[in-house]
Unconditional design. Structure first.
Length: 509
């Protein structure tokens, strides 16, 4: 659909033409800046009111008051904003007229002059010259501020939440608190890397385009390489490639990057998402648990200065040690069902239906679901929402954990944990299976268990099995959803608030 200027845009296009007629380049090749807005204010605070400190600042025009011979305007950059004070006799009559008549809010300008304090007490740039850096054609949504009970409340014409996601560039431009969310996300990633690097892990990169997908229970996105005439898949996990590196002698590896899963969207799911996975030789899942709780406490201290955070009004303490509950204990506590009394899928499904009927709640027992999937459903429906404080849930069913080592003398469970915070599953970890014969058997059992079209049915990765046959050290592995951690530390209830450009349905136009 082509662009048709609306009346406001048409007015700005007319101003653009007039600027060009006046010999002004509306999109010049270069800009100059000596100080950010924050740096200029800090320099003035150090130098004092009598300093007449020269500066050149750049930013977007966010306010303008025409006082006739004088103009007061504010420019904003990423670091804050500062007032410009333009007087006709100082910038020249033509320059003053152009600023007054042909500039609009949203335009980017460069202004040079000396710092001063106005009669009203505001530190300002007394402008001696200015340049237009970029003419804005489309007006930004108008944001207004009001102070209520000592707090600044912002009212924005940009109130449609979905439109904010579609036009994140405009959302960022008018809502400083949104920019803060993504600063928090960036600091989160830096903290993860610092912690992992300091504990002897090597950051690596593995293929995004893969000839086979695996390492998770998910449906992949499929693509095609024209030159190689080869069907490829966007990865759903890093796991199988990272564990190949352990075979090659790298003992501690991690990767932060995008995974892609062709599944539904929700407040905590997006088709592409950021994950951090690590694998450590000679660790088991108890070592991984200790590393996990220490890492989250470290991140909290880096971002907040302490280990206690607030999420949606709830105080959450991230300091180790965290509680550890087996899946059996947790489900029994929250549902009254001891699933070990129902060791086949039909009897467990009936127990779940009876429990739901007694409680008057709907229960999910999909036809053909395996015993382990029914147990996992109980965990998601009845346990997960109640796990506000950080908690490890351990000992998962073997039939939904094909890459984890079994618990000795227990044919039904494996050494696996997931950790939960604020009612959300955050990450998943195993004592990793390193027996290539058992691994093949597990893969083959999955092929039989899941139907041809089941999204959890992965192809058998023969190259991964070959790597295992060379000898894989015992190891512990871990994966965490970085987007969900960002939700936690930015205090947001939906993943779309912590993704710069979340996936949205096409508009019906």
């Amino acid at each position: 659909m082509s662009w048709e200027p609306n009346p406001l845009e048409a007015q700005r296009l007319e101003k653009l033409a007039r600027l060009q007629e006046a010999g002004i380049e509306p999109y010049p090749l270069r800009a100059e800046r000596t100080h950010t807005t924050a740096a200029a204010l800090a320099a003035f605070a150090t130098a004092g009111d009598e300093s007449a400190l020269p500066v050149t600042v750049c930013g977007r025009l966010v306010s303008m008051r025409d006082m006739g011979k004088s103009i007061f305007a504010h420019v904003a950059d990423e670091h804050g904003r500062i007032q410009l004070f333009l007087r006709r006799e100082e910038v020249g009559e033509e320059s003053h007229r152009i600023f007054q008549k042909l500039l609009d809010l949203g335009d980017f300008v460069q202004a040079s002059g000396v710092l001063m304090r106005t009669r009203a007490g505001e530190v300002s740039v007394r402008v001696s010259s200015w340049r237009l850096l970029s003419k804005a054609i489309t007006p930004l949504p108008v944001a207004k501020e009001q102070e209520i009970d000592g707090k600044v409340v912002r009212y924005s014409a940009f109130s449609d939440v979905e439109e904010r996601y579609r036009q994140r560039y405009a959302d960022l431009a008018v809502n400083p608190e949104v920019r803060d969310v993504f600063r928090t996300r960036a600091r989160l990633l830096s903290a993860i890397r610092r912690f992992m690097d300091d504990h002897g892990f090597l950051e690596v990169e593995t293929p995004i385009l893969q000839p086979l997908y695996g390492g998770a229970a998910a449906r992949p996105f499929t693509t095609y390489h024209n030159q190689l005439k080869q069907e490829l898949y966007l990865r759903i996990s890093f796991e199988l490639y990272l564990k190949r590196l352990l075979v090659g002698g790298l003992e501690r590896v991690y990767e932060i990057g995008r995974d892609f899963r062709n599944e539904g969207v929700s407040f905590k799911h997006n088709p592409e998402f950021t994950q951090m996975e690590f694998y450590a030789a000679y660790w088991d899942y108890t070592d991984v648990m200790r590393h996990t709780e220490e890492m989250l406490a470290f991140i909290a201290r880096q971002l907040t200065g302490g280990t206690q955070i607030t999420y949606q009004g709830q105080q959450i303490e991230l300091a180790p040690p965290w509680p550890r509950l087996t899946m059996r204990q947790a489900i029994l506590h929250h549902t009254g069902i001891d699933y070990m009394q129902y060791t086949d899928a039909p009897s467990l499904a009936e127990a779940i239906r009876q429990m739901g009927k007694a409680r008057g709640v709907a229960t999910q027992t999909p036809p053909g679901a395996s015993w382990g999937k029914l147990i996992d459903g109980l965990l998601g429906d009845f346990v997960e929402p109640a796990l506000i404080q950080p908690t490890f849930i351990t000992e998962y069913p073997r039939d939904i954990s094909p890459l984890a080592k079994g618990i000795p003398h227990d044919p039904l469970h494996v050494e696996r944990f997931e950790f939960f915070i604020a009612g959300m599953e955050m990450g998943n970890a195993f004592t990793e299976l390193n027996d290539p014969i058992d691994q093949r058997r597990r893969f083959e059992m999955l092929q039989e268990t899941f139907g041809q079209d089941d999204e959890e049915r992965n192809p058998i990765d023969e190259d991964y099995l070959r790597a295992m046959r060379y000898g894989m050290p015992p190891n512990g592995g871990f994966g965490v959803g970085v987007d969900r951690l960002a939700m936690l530390f930015a205090d947001k209830t939906t993943i779309r608030e912590v993704l710069l450009f979340p996936h949205l349905r096409e508009r019906n136009t």
